[in-house]
Design a binder for this molecule. Structure first.
Ligand code: ZN
Length: 277
């Protein structure tokens, strides 16, 4: 199963962290010039800015705000820290609403030495504690399962199945999943779990990049699409077969690419979007 090549940029969204060398205003200007359609704003890019004003600026440039990245990091050993995490997630939801972002992406968190089961319980409780606010502001929350190599300290949710289980427990139409090929490509249950995600109407977002061999840095050595071994067209065919027609979000953390001029990187992103995604 393979998807048809993408022929234009009508579904191309770029994460501000991908083009890390640009301030928010520069990213908006360059994305719009290049014909990129959507932007996912990382919270660092809101610092010192008024989210409502940022949202207006993005829309005035003709771009769509796709999501705000990221909330999460609920688990902690101390109750006080867990309460602070909930407050921080409430701020993220308020910022998303002001920005005009329909979605907050959640990197759910984990604590080295605390059991993953306990961390998952704290994640579920943490999300539940923010649901009344999310509901009143109409903001969706997307759990992003992370590759198991991050199970120690970044997320106790490491597969689509586990993310679906947590969603089932919360059982709320505003809680769904951000599907990132980097984290999920290896999963033998991908087909079945993608179907489960779609049937529950919770396939909220789709992130792309590639897996490098060898991977030299656990965080910042992601490949541009086509540089690595992920079956990008096969996975896109799978999510599209299951009804996903939303933005395709390019999220590449790469020291290698970040060393180059950002404009050159954006050009390469657009080429690899058409040729390999
Ligand atoms: Zn992602």
């Amino acid at each position: 199963m393979t998807a048809e090549p993408l022929s234009d940029f009508s579904r191309l969204c770029v994460h501000t962290i991908t083009t890390k060398g640009w301030e928010l205003e520069e990213a908006v200007e360059h994305y719009a010039e290049a014909g990129v359609s959507g932007i996912t704003v990382w919270r660092q890019w809101l610092e010192g800015r008024n989210p409502a004003g940022v949202g207006q600026r993005i829309r005035a440039a003709g771009l769509e705000v796709v999501s705000l990245c990221r909330g999460g990091f609920y688990p902690a050993l101390e109750e006080k820290s867990r309460e602070e995490a909930v407050e921080d997630n409430k701020r993220a939801i308020e910022d998303a609403a002001a920005l005009g972002s329909p979605l907050v992406v959640l990197v759910c968190g984990a604590v080295p030495g605390q059991s993953l089961v306990e961390s998952r319980k704290q994640i579920t409780d943490g999300i539940a504690a923010t649901l009344p606010l999310a509901e009143s502001l109409g903001v969706k929350l997307a759990i992003e399962p992370l590759h198991p190599m991050y199970a120690d300290d970044r997320s106790a949710i490491n597969s689509l199945a586990t993310a679906n289980d947590v969603c089932d427990q919360l059982n709320h139409p505003l809680v769904g999943i951000a599907f990132d090929v980097y984290h999920l490509w290896w999963d033998p249950d991908l087909e079945e779990q993608t179907r489960r995600t779609a049937e529950a109407n919770r396939l909220f977002a789709y992130h792309v990049c590639d897996w490098m061999t060898p991977t030299t840095d656990l965080l910042n050595d992601r490949g541009l699409m086509g540089e690595g071994c992920i079956d990008l067209r096969g996975i896109r065919a799978l999510v599209e077969k299951n009804g996903f027609g939303g933005m395709i979000e390019v999220e590449v953390f790469s020291n290698r690419w970040w060393e180059k001029p950002t404009a050159e990187f954006l050009e390469a992103i657009q080429q690899s979007y058409l040729n390999h995604t």
